[in-house]
Design a protein around this ligand. Structure first.
Ligand SMILES: [Zn+2]
Length: 431
């Protein structure tokens, strides 16, 4: 049985049976069809696009947001989740991930990428943007093997390198970096390809950046840059003030790998100049691209990220990065207000990739919703260089809804409470 049909069946018992949840969650059976499929009640909703930062009920019907209001009658819903004391946000958009998992020794159809559904929903992510794992010559394989098979909404920046992030010499081969084919594949897949990526280039030439911009120009999409090796021939300030266009994205902004922070402990003035021109700055935490040494002074200069993202791959997730909720918690620890952290993880990335139907909870929008507990205590947050800072708050994802379906439920809030005699239902839990 494939995942899709099993998950489809898994929602049936809660729909048909009287449910009294472990906490205050409850659902009711009704003779006539209820007005809503799901009601998330009394959570603190943060929906930056719509300027909502208050306690609200959210009703879902047919995979879409049906209503947002101060009080919606629980009788009108098949299932109700009590989110009192929790934060409810649009499903997160992780703008920087590597998802082209496969048998090769790389990120491109390789084992350094991860299969999205295993890592997204548990952190509140409903849309994950792969950043350059595939290129023009293997995007079709990525689409067939991963994008079309995943419950996570997977979008992609196409690598300017035809073979994608195939590692080593492949990513240094200027002959395989052609604007024409990249733009063509992007234009043939406008529903899933959202931009062009250049990454990991070590040479002194500007060609990878220039050809990416050329492809982006042709296809009408933004470019995301991982600026590779730090080379004096192509300095960061020139990239940000001359080469990139407004709306292009500089990732790994707090890495310190390419002179983001000057010797004087202040940000490279090119960072501020780039922002003034409209270049966007993305976190892209990764396994080697987030340094407290850069992030702390950057916050002092009020240089907050436009978009928060993980650079999810097999190494980053097992080291300091961990997951999207953890990276968001790091920015809370840095003093970034929660509503700005949520904006940088929902509406801002949606805007950055031109998918403004996502990243908010407007009526009619896809019902991608995340519910978080903001835990209070003593927490350690580790950067990519094994340095820790301590924080007092941590976002933990309780519930994730993707297209109206519950895809993550940490404490079984939507499950039935078992008691002797409950039986085993209809076998929907079989493996
Ligand atoms: Zn990356």
């Amino acid at each position: 049985m494939n995942l899709r049909s099993r998950a489809g069946r898994a929602v049936i018992p809660a729909v048909l049976t009287l449910v009294v949840g472990a906490s205050t969650a409850a659902a009711t059976t009704r003779a006539q069809e209820p007005q809503y499929d799901l009601l998330i009640r009394q959570g603190h909703v943060i929906d930056p696009k719509n300027g909502i930062d208050a306690v609200r009920d959210i009703a879902v019907k047919d995979g879409k947001i049906a209503m947002v209001g101060e009080r919606i009658d629980a009788q009108d819903a098949e299932r109700t989740v009590d989110a009192k004391g929790d934060y409810v946000t649009p499903g997160l958009i992780d703008l920087h991930t590597h998802l082209f998992a496969g048998p090769e020794d790389a990120y491109s159809n390789g084992y350094q990428s991860v299969a999205p559904d295993g890592f997204t929903f548990r952190a509140g992510v409903t849309t994950a943007v792969d950043t350059g794992s595939s290129g023009a010559s293997n995007f079709a394989e990525f689409k067939k093997n991963v994008i079309d098979r995943s419950k996570t909404r997977v979008l992609a920046f196409l690598n300017i390198v035809g073979k994608g992030m195939a590692g080593g010499d492949f990513e240094q081969d200027l002959n395989d970096m052609q604007a024409g084919p990249a733009a063509e594949v992007a234009m043939r897949n406008p529903d899933v390809i959202v931009g062009i990526k250049t990454a990991h280039y070590e040479g002194p030439e500007w060609d990878p950046v220039e050809r990416s911009v050329e492809a982006g120009e042709k296809a009408g999409v933004p470019v995301m840059v991982d600026f590779g090796a730090n080379r004096p021939e192509r300095p960061l300030d020139q990239l940000l003030t001359e080469k990139l266009r407004p709306g292009d994205i500089y990732s790994h902004a707090y890495s310190g790998n390419r002179g983001e922070l000057g010797e004087d402990g202040k940000l490279n003035p090119g960072m501020h100049a780039g922002r003034e021109r409209g270049v966007l700055f993305d976190v892209g935490h990764g396994g080697g691209s987030f340094a407290w040494e850069v992030a702390v002074p950057a916050m002092k200069e009020r240089f907050l990220p436009d978009t928060i993202s993980t650079d999810l791959h097999i190494t980053s997730m097992n080291s300091g990065m961990k997951d999207m909720a953890n990276v968001m918690s790091k920015f809370l620890a840095l003093g970034m207000p929660l509503k700005d952290v949520v904006a940088a993880s929902t509406w801002r990335p949606a805007q950055a990739i031109g998918h403004e139907e996502l990243g908010h909870l407007s009526v009619g929008a896809p019902a991608d919703i995340s519910v978080f507990t903001l835990e209070k205590g003593e927490f350690g947050f580790v950067d990519s260089f094994a340095f820790r800072i301590d924080g007092k708050e941590k976002l933990v994802c309780e519930l994730t809804v993707r297209g109206g379906e519950v895809v993550w439920d940490l404490n079984g809030r939507t499950a039935q409470a078992w008691k002797p005699g409950s039986g085993r239902g209809d076998g929907a839990g079989e493996h």
